[in-house]
Design a binder for this molecule. Structure first.
Ligand code: DGJ
Length: 718
């Protein structure tokens, strides 16, 4: 049983494989935190709840008590997990335990994405009902513990039985640790350099990551981890927190005066509030909390498997993903049917399986100045319409995919001329453009209906097998024309709820279509989106060397099968770098391989190599897309990772060297994550290596000359 209640100590134990999470109800009916970490045989909660009496003498101070969902205004001076405002303007509340329920399975979250179970016995859920007696509202804390994944999930539901209240802050999880000997890990960056790993020592005070951009953002991923100081890829304790949400979020780590550490995660309370009327409920997103004592790879493996199997949904989630060619970097807006077909023909010869038509096919869209919202085909570019083009692509033996950006509107569009109030805006304020576009107000039902109807008709109009769903700006002037004044601060969250409703309706209506999400590259690369679309465009940066950092960081939480990775032209369009077709292919072959360049301009030698790499990819596709991905190391000039199958019978090694060096030292790669009981043959040779030999003595890499070199190896057990 993953969850149990001990009547004597009034404590709850949650077990998820080797993870234990323990909480208890104290003598004042407050819900306190006892322990989070490795599963232990005997934990006496009385020993844990026996705390030093500090600061307040005989008076109780919540400032020293580890809590499960801390309030504001009642002696805890740290950041609270929530805050509400009552009719009289006061903001103090106090939650006490009322009841609890333990049951099999895991409930769905109202209107929000979450991890799930297929069968009831895959998880157990604990609901704890807490109540503020004076304000007459209840907070239900949901905890689910999985049988097969070393993870628990947390979310919170507010229920109002009293007079109307305003929720000012409603985070999804709060965890108090009794010390501060941690580093904080975050995935940070910018457009075209998303999710680089950043590690910092935590210090007294608050350190946080957040987004106020209306999307989870390129700048900070909704993930943070606390890691013990000696943690590396393979050993050490790591606590991961990942939020299943695509909008404004916050992840906060606070070290207080006693060097206790509090981790908070949820919807960003900046510019947020929610009016909760009598009888209404408010559901927070889900936070997925992982414990690993096997270092960062241990944590990543848990997230990868959980997100691949119990976050992603639909027919495609465990189906092999096609190798695609996308025309964006090949043509940008400048194309016609003939040009596209030439690329498609070449694609077929090379072994590519899917042709994706990117931006520029609709309205009068010959630049990014116009037409978002006018989802009808540009007959000058495509005289046979989408259907005509799709047929020709299909006749070549390729599937056809389409780019759309349904959440946006160009001021120069028929849609905007007809509905100027359909975008997010604040009356009388300038509507700031970004990439010449505005954001549709998805908090409005009429706008949502328009999008679902238009996009559904579009997707029915041709044989479309794949959709790239893009979103290319951050939000400003976040206001809605139809919400009353007291609800304007709900708009950014209502937008995300509206988006999720649209995605649910469209993706369930078209179960055969493979959806890939995108937001100017990786601006919404988050678990929320993966619930609807099983893969995402990792970054607009297609440079192989920058991609090493991006894909390395992304892999902390997300498996290769969720990352789009394309071979593009040289000099690279984002950084101007010139790299070989080999390293570009090897980087792309580490995830969902694709191409994004004019294939008709390749040399014969490049084409031959690409054919070979595509063949290799097809041969190893299952292993690459659904195997176990482990990072070996990321040093200044060298990066390595491996992908193995579950049984360790077969694995791929990827090694990248950025700059060439003179008089180079012997480079032996110590390969971990494989079986040291097995013996392995290196593909293409007759050499046999012991797994232990590879792990401890290492594999002598070939001597590499020149910049931007890579090695790709396949070992099979004998
Ligand atoms: C941003 C995406 O990330 C690109 O791949 C491309 O689809 C452009 N938008 C098109 O406008």
């Amino acid at each position: 049983m993953p969850i149990s209640f001990n009547q004597d100590s009034l404590s709850f134990d949650l077990f998820a494989k080797d993870l234990q999470y323990t909480l208890y109800i104290d003598e004042n009916r407050r819900l306190c935190h006892a322990y989070f970490g490795k599963r232990i045989k005997n934990l006496n909660v009385r020993h844990i709840s026996d705390l030093y009496k500090r600061a307040y003498g005989p008076n109780l101070s919540l400032d020293i008590i580890p809590q499960e969902y801390p309030s504001y205004g009642t002696t805890d001076f740290r950041s609270p997990a929530y805050q509400v405002q009552f009719k009289d303007g006061s903001t103090v509340s106090d939650l006490r335990y009322v009841s609890h329920r333990i049951y099999s399975g895991k409930p769905k979250l109202e209107g929000l994405p979450s991890t799930y179970v297929d069968e009831e016995d895959e998880a157990e859920t604990l609901e704890i009902h807490l109540k503020d007696e004076i304000g007459k509202f209840e907070v239900i804390l949901f905890y689910s513990a999985f049988e097969d994944y070393q993870a628990i999930t947390r979310s919170v539901k507010f229920v109002n039985f009293g007079e109307d209240i305003k929720i000012l802050r409603a985070l999804s999880a709060s965890v108090d640790f009794e010390d501060d000997a941690f580093d904080m890990i975050q995935l940070s960056g910018a457009w075209a350099r998303e999710r680089h790993v950043v590690k910092r020592e935590i210090k007294p005070g608050i350190q946080s990551i957040e987004s106020r951009r209306g999307a989870s953002s390129h700048q900070q991923n909704p993930f943070l981890a606390l890691a013990r100081k000696d943690t590396d890829e393979w050993k050490g304790e790591v606590y991961g927190f990942s939020l299943v949400y695509s909008g404004n979020f916050i992840g906060e780590v606070e070290v207080n005066q006693y060097k206790d550490t509090r981790v908070l995660m949820g919807i960003n309370s900046f510019d947020f509030s929610w009016l909760l009327k009598t009888g209404e409920t408010f559901q927070t997103p889900e936070c997925v909390i992982v414990y690993s004592d096997k270092g960062f790879n241990g944590m990543s493996e848990i997230y990868h498997k959980l997100y691949m199997n119990r976050l992603a949904r639909g027919r495609h989630k465990l189906a092999q993903r096609p190798i695609l060619v996308n025309n964006w970097e090949a043509t940008y807006f400048d194309f016609n049917e003939e040009k596209l077909l030439k690329i498609a023909k070449e694609a077929k010869i090379l072994g590519i399986e899917l042709f994706v038509l990117d931006d520029g096919w609709f309205g009068r869209r010959n630049s990014d100045n116009s037409s978002l919202g006018d989802w009808y085909v540009n007959k000058e570019k495509l005289p046979g319409g989408l259907n005509g083009l799709a047929r020709k692509i299909n006749d070549l033996g390729l599937k056809f995919g389409l780019w759309i950006e349904p959440e946006m509107i160009s001021p120069d569009s028929d849609l905007y001329r007809a509905h100027p109030d359909w975008c997010l805006h604040v009356d009388q304020r300038e509507r700031h453009l970004s990439r010449n576009q505005l954001v549709l107000d998805l908090s409005r039902k009429d706008v949502r209906e328009y999008i679902v109807e238009t996009i559904s008709n579009l997707l029915k109009s041709a044989n479309i097998s794949y959709v790239k769903w893009d979103m290319n700006r951050n939000m400003t002037e976040i206001g809605s024309a139809i919400l009353p004044a007291e609800r304007q601060r709900e708009v950014s969250h209502r937008y995300i709820l509206g988006l999720y409703e649209i995605l649910e309706r469209i993706t369930s209506q078209f179960p055969d279509i493979l959806f890939e999400s995108c937001a100017g590259g990786g601006g919404r690369f988050d678990p929320g989106m993966f619930y609807y679309m099983p893969q995402a465009w990792t970054s607009d940066d297609t440079d192989a060397i920058e991609r090493l950092k991006i894909q390395y960081g992304t892999s902390y939480v997300y498996p290769p099968v969720m990352m789009g990775s394309h071979v593009s032209a040289i000099p690279n369009h984002q950084v101007g770098r010139i790299t070989s077709i080999d390293i570009r292919s090897h980087v792309a072959m580490s995830a969902n391989m694709g191409f994004e360049l004019d294939l008709t301009k390749l040399s014969e030698e490049e084409k031959d190599k690409i054919k070979k790499y595509i063949n290799d990819y097809k041969k190893f596709r299952n292993l690459i897309q659904f195997g176990n991905f482990y990072r070996l190391f990321f040093e200044e000039n060298e990066v390595a990772w491996i992908i193995t199958d579950e049984t360790r019978d077969e694995f791929l090694v990827y090694y990248f060297k950025v700059l060439g060096e003179p008089n180079v030292k012997q480079r032996r790669l110590r390969i971990k994550g494989i079986s040291n009981q097995k013996r392995y043959k290196l593909d293409g040779t007759s050499e046999i290596y012991g797994g232990d030999e590879l792990e401890f003595a290492g594999f002598l890499l070939p001597e590499l000359k020149g910049d931007f070199q890579s090695v790709f190896l396949h070992f099979v057990s004998v």
